[in-house]
Write a protein that binds this ligand. Structure first.
Ligand code: FES
Length: 400
């Protein structure tokens, strides 16, 4: 899993919450509502993308939640104001109860999203999911070129299957939402990627430069594009946008740059424990999908209610608000805009999650980011040399 499609959900969810009189939202105005529930149903996946954001040691994670346990999670989160749910993974399609979970989410009043590679999808499943009430499907591609796509995915049949399923999704009345994770091995083909999306009559295209979490962080040297690659790709995307506007083509091209080329950090997750609530396959609840690596004991839905997890658990309160911030964030006049950046990135790069995100040029660790940019200029790793996200590699990492 790389993109969760969680880019700007606020407007849609706020409206849903505001118009549903059945919700019991507790009066704790100082803490935001868990509007976006990300249900990572499984870490099982038929693909092996080397930029997957799943934990490196996913192979040693515990048993997956049962259907009934997911029902309970969804019901409790909905009672607390959750309005959108994303079914993700791993590959959520490997769960045999996916249609049941979608139907229950719909019954509870969620706006439902399926975030999938398309592998394992069939036209019949699309029909079943539609009947169950699925609102939105996002299919991810690895590249516009079949050979590169399949090499990155670790599957010879992936590209053809994705094309077929993208067309089937559209045929059954869903908007076609495509996600391409871009990196140094495919970003130079951005024009061909956009051409493919146009040929498929996509409605929304997310051209998301790799974010460096999980396996992507492990493979960063082999994935981070150079500044020139990035600038060129954005320029070409803008040229397409201009041409599409002249042609009255409504397709939306969303270009996401990696924060490694920024001087200020992103407002990750819109603030810790502020909107997003992730539940992992074994029931661990997290404020973001990357937080599991931190030396924090996060609560599990098997042991606690969602109410307790969101409002009272240590993990969800650890980086809420501003009091936890050391300098330079504490006195920064931008802290209410970016919340100090990404806690996971601060932890991965500096070993201390309470440090300012090194992406920020005010951080004393910003040199780590500029060093990574310099490395990108000279990196020579081929696709074959990347560490692929699979059970075998995960077990080796978990052991070591
Ligand atoms: Fe965890 Fe940014 S990904 S706080």
């Amino acid at each position: 899993m790389q993109s969760t499609g969680l880019n700007s959900p606020e407007s849609a969810v706020t409206e849903t919450v505001a118009t549903d009189p059945g919700l019991r939202i507790p009066p704790k105005p100082e803490v935001g509502l868990p509007l976006w529930l990300l249900a990572e149903l499984t870490y099982r996946c038929p693909l092996q993308c080397p930029y997957c954001s799943n934990p490196l040691d996913f192979a040693k994670q515990g048993q997956e939640l049962t259907t009934e346990q997911w029902f309970k999670v969804m019901a409790e989160a909905r009672q607390m104001g959750a309005a959108q749910i994303g079914f993700s993974g791993g590959e959520p399609l490997v769960r045999q109860d996916l249609a049941e979970l979608i139907a229950e989410a719909r019954r509870l009043g969620y706006y439902t999203n399926l975030i999938t590679s398309g592998i394992g999808l069939t036209e019949q499943k699309i029909i079943d999911f539609k009947k169950a009430g699925l609102d939105h499907i996002q299919i991810s591609f690895q590249a516009s070129d079949e050979q590169v796509n399949n090499m990155l995915a670790g599957s010879k049949k992936a590209f053809a299957q994705k094309l077929e399923m993208a067309r089937a999704v559209k045929k059954h009345g869903y908007p076609m939402v495509l996600n391409f994770v871009t990196h140094r091995h495919n970003i130079d083909k951005i024009d061909r990627i956009i051409d493919l999306c146009l040929a498929l009559e996509a409605d929304f295209v997310e051209l998301a430069t790799c974010q460096f979490y999980g396996w992507a962080h492990l493979n960063r040297v082999g994935l981070l594009p150079t500044k020139d690659q990035l600038v060129r790709a954005e320029r070409i995307t803008n040229e397409y946008r201009a041409r599409l506007a002249i042609d009255d083509n409504p397709v939306k091209l969303i270009f996401v740059t990696p924060d490694y080329y920024e001087e200020r950090p992103k407002a990750c997750m819109n603030g810790w424990g502020n909107i997003f609530l992730t539940v992992t396959p074994d029931g661990t609840a997290l404020p973001c999908h990357g937080a599991r690596q931190m030396p924090i004991q996060f609560p599990n839905v098997r042991d606690h209610t969602m109410q307790h997890i969101w409002y009272d658990s240590f993990g969800f309160n650890r980086f809420r608000g501003y009091d936890w911030m050391p300098e330079p964030c504490r006195s920064c006049d931008e802290k209410e805009k970016d919340f100090g950046g990404c806690r996971c990135q601060a932890f991965m790069l500096t070993g201390d999650a309470s440090n300012a995100d090194p992406v920020c040029s005010k951080s004393e660790h910003h040199g780590l980011i500029t060093q990574a940019r310099d490395e990108a200029e000279y990196a020579s790793q081929t696709i074959e040399q990347l560490a692929f996200r699979n059970e075998r590699n995960s077990r080796i990492i978990a052991k070591s």
